[in-house]
Each structure stands twice: as C-alpha cells, then as structure tokens.
Design a protein around this ligand. Sequence first.
Ligand SMILES: [Zn+2]
Length: 249
Amino acid sequence: MLRPLLDLLLPVDCGGCGVPGALLCSDCAVLLGAPVRVYPPCCGADAPVYALGAYRGRLRTALLAYKERGRRDLAAPLGAALASALLHLPNLAAPGGSRSLDADCGKRGLDYRSLHPERRGTGVCLVPVPSRGAAAARRGGQHVTLLAQRAAAALACAGVAAAVAPALRVAPGVRDSVGLGVAARQANLAGRVLPRRAGLPAAGTAVVLVDDVVTTGTTAAACVAALLRMGVDVPAIVVLAAAGCHSLS
Ligand SMILES: [Zn+2]
C-alpha cells in the first residue's frame, strides 16, 4: 500500500534514459545481460574477465549516474544484475537445481566473516575493486563495494552463500587514470594496490573480483596480482560493462 504513495512522493527516473517510474526501466535493464567473456589488453591471463554489457549509450549513462552523479539507488538493480550474472558462471551456481533471484531481497550484503565457518569454503566471496580514497570520499563511499553488497544480498536470497570481502585498497599517490595510456596506467598503479589483511577471504573460498567498468584491465590485473601475492586465487573477474577495444567471444 505504501509503495504507490512513496512513488508519488519520491518519484524515480530511470538512470539510463530518464523515463519516470523505475530506477532502471526494462529497456535499459536488458542492456545488462548474461556474462560474456571479454579480453582487455592488460588482463585476462590470470583470470577470465566477463562483462554484462557494453559501456556505451544508456548503460554508460546509468553507470555514470550511479558512480558520479549521486544515484546510489541504482545499486539495487545493478547489484541484482551482477548477481544474476554470477549465477551463470561455471562453478558458482548453487547446488540443488536452478535458483532464481527475488527482486525484493534484502538490502544489505553479508560480511564474509558472517558466513558460517563450514560454508566459508564453499561460498562465493565478492572482492570489490577499490577506488582511490579521494575519489571515494568525493563520491560518498566505495561505489563498487556497495554494488557487491547488493549482489551478495541477492545471491543469498537465491540460496547461494555469498559475501563481500573488502580485501584491497589503493595506496595514496595514485592519480585518476582517465586519459592515461596503458603504460601510464600501469606505472600509476605499480605497487599501489595493497591487501587489507582484515578483509581477506578465507582460504578455499571462491573469489570473484568485481568492478563496474573495465577498460584496459590494468586495475583488475593489479588487483588479481595483489590477491595472488596473499595466496588468494581469483577464478573470475566480473564487471558490469566493458569499454574500448575488447573483442567479445
Ligand atoms: Zn531506461
């Protein structure tokens, strides 16, 4: 009964096209489909990269609205899309038959430490790609972590033990990578993606690195390397959108 009233008082517009009535309308939501393997130039050798869509048009608009323009309410539909994609990935589907996602699932993701010890070894742990501290402060928080939390909550509703492990951080001194070429991006990040020991997932947990957008793959590669140095294997990287010179298979 309250929802129509809330919609009246707090109308929402689609983050992709602006049509009123939904956070992400059905025409824009379909731009996030099943995960497709992509091949960014700097990543993929250690872990396959999967994207749900192409970083252009209305999807790009929606992701920019979420990341840069304060539309944090888009975390729910974007997180649900990420969760649906994770259910498609090999080795991550829940045992016991097909699962489906409930759009009204819980609002918070689980902390990985809340997983029962016996399930830590079989659950899915989402490790968000960290933003620079200054960027996160300007945006009001780590936007990929929030995305991962929403995805984990949706997965948990589908019966998949899922949690978020904030296992990485960006050291001070890293500058915004926008406009930098591959070599400059690599130099910018060299040795500056660091583990957060308190946030590392338990040994044996299936870890998926998640991000909103992949371009050159430099950041993802640095994250995978940092996790590998800590003995954490990364069987897959999943992003909402892929930008630039990627070849889809
Ligand atoms: Zn739309």
